[in-house]
Design a protein. Structure first.
Length: 110
């Protein structure tokens, strides 16, 4: 989506699109799943879990954080990351709404 076209969509549509884009890379999915698995804020452990360089992981973390899917706290010289529950609730709410609408529709159109 071009940057100049986002004003034609609602804030909610833009937010969901940003989250979906952030989850559109397998490394980011792996990071997100790892953060769910450890269920705590982590700092350098992600680099040990994925076959990617530290700068690459940092870039992926930045994208997930910008999308509102994770949050980071500065602890000393490092940043510790965890799941942002509010962002996850927005994404879950979006897909729940779709699911409910499809259930009401009984998917008889196709």
């Amino acid at each position: 989506m071009g940057l100049t076209k986002t004003e034609h969509f609602t804030d909610k549509q833009n937010a969901i699109a940003t989250m979906a884009k952030a989850l559109g890379h397998p490394a980011r999915i792996a990071i997100f799943e790892y953060l769910l698995k450890v269920d705590t804020c982590i700092c350098g452990d992600i680099v040990n879990e994925l076959p990617l360089a530290q700068p690459t992981i940092s870039q992926h973390l930045k994208e997930l954080k910008s999308a509102g899917l994770i949050k980071g706290n500065i602890e000393g010289t490092s940043i510790c990351y965890c799941i942002d529950e509010k962002g996850l609730e927005k994404l879950q709410g979006y897909f729940t709404t779709i699911s409910l609408k499809l259930n009401k529709k009984n998917n008889k159109c196709c």
